[in-house]
Design a protein around this ligand. Structure first.
Ligand code: 13P
Length: 347
């Protein structure tokens, strides 16, 4: 296969890494909450919002025994990639030695977009080339950038979609230049009372525009992963379609908008419950097994971590039980990749 599409020596490595990240029915663990987001998750559980507590929590995650049976890569945050275990081992090294590829969130967050009230534009391109070089040297082999699209009256706007798509493509090209696989994450938020159909229209438009930008900016599709939302009705929409309907609408949209050259689609969980995220991922894989050009994987944060966080509560005595909960959710999602997940696994 000719993979030399402008990224020289890096091309083969990037393509291989992208393939590895979605191989063997494994998926990604997103543990890249920014400091404010991590603190926001700690606060309701009474966990101190300190660097020390965040480090202890991330140590719990990366040292979970057996996690690599289900998890191919873990996405870290700038603070986390620099942290170490209590024994002084850097987190990227702990992960690599366990057989999990370290990744890094490189956007600097979604900010209010000028001229587009109620909408966000993701920042972080300034200085990105140098940061990517540093992260690569620290062991990162893939990266993530999240664009958020808000649903609402007359939203999303075309301007917001186009600006975010352009930034995603700039980020992705820089990643490939630096030898990192870009995870391209355009997320249509679940917040709101929009219907499944409205989510479907917005997501299809967004993905089509993202792939136009990726093409225009020379991004090698074989060396990237897409991390989209599943197509779901808004959280407060009165009609909540079945798991199978969500699977069908999601696959229809992806088939229309995502080129077959992309090796994998790894969904975000977006605030769905753990069980629903697993059930919907399962339905997609079960109903469309062998019919889709891409691997259908997961890259969940909340839908893998939340039970573990609630059990841990910041206490050393709860670490083992929390790790077991994390292991369990990772296992459920591997089963969902195989179309083997059942609600009984969660009883
Ligand atoms: P959730 O699975 O909690 O939506 O997080 C995924 C993620 O990485 C958000 O950028």
């Amino acid at each position: 296969m000719n993979t030399d599409l402008g990224f020289g020596l890096h091309s083969h490595q990037i393509v291989e890494t992208a393939r590895l990240l979605v191989a063997n029915d494994k998926g990604l663990l997103a543990m890249d909450e920014s400091t404010p987001t991590c603190d926001r998750r700690f606060a309701p559980l009474g966990i101190p919002q300190t660097e020390q507590a965040r480090r202890a929590y991330r140590e719990l995650i990366v040292t979970t025994p057996g996690l690599s049976e289900f998890i191919s890569g873990a996405i870290l945050y700038d603070e986390t990639i620099r942290q170490k275990t209590t024994d002084g081992i850097p987190f990227p090294k702990v992960l690599s030695e366990a057989g999990i590829l370290p990744g890094i969130k490189v956007d600097t967050g979604a900010k209010d977009m000028a001229g587009c009230p109620g909408e966000k534009i993701t920042e972080g391109l300034d200085g990105l080339r140098d940061r990517l070089t540093e992260y690569y040297a620290m062991g990162a082999r893939f990266a993530k950038w999240r664009a958020v699209i808000t649903m609402g009256d007359c939203l999303p706007s075309r301007s917001c979609i186009e600006a975010n798509a352009h930034a995603l493509a700039r980020y992705a090209a820089l990643c490939q230049e630096a030898g990192l696989v870009p995870i391209v994450e355009p997320e249509v938020l679940m917040t709101g009372d929009h219907t499944l159909e409205q989510c479907s229209e917005a997501t299809e438009l967004l993905l089509r525009i993202v792939f136009i930008q990726l093409f225009k900016q020379g991004v090698m599709l074989e060396g990237m992963l897409l991390k989209p939302n599943m197509l779901v009705p808004g959280l407060t929409c009165t009609v909540q379609e079945s798991v199978d309907e969500v699977a069908d609408v999601t696959v229809r949209c992806l088939l229309r908008a995502v080129p077959a050259a992309v090796p994998g689609i790894a969904f975000l969980s977006g605030g769905q419950s753990c069980e629903l995220a697993s059930a919907r991922l399962n339905a997609i894989n079960f109903r469309y097994k062998g019919q889709l050009p891409w691997q259908i994987a997961f890259s969940f944060a909340r839908a893998i971590q939340q039970p573990a966080l609630e059990i841990w509560q910041g206490k050393v005595a709860n670490v083992n039980a929390a790790q077991q909960a994390l292991y369990h959710r990772a296992r459920c999602n591997q089963a969902a990749r195989r179309g083997d997940y059942t609600a009984a696994m969660d009883q």
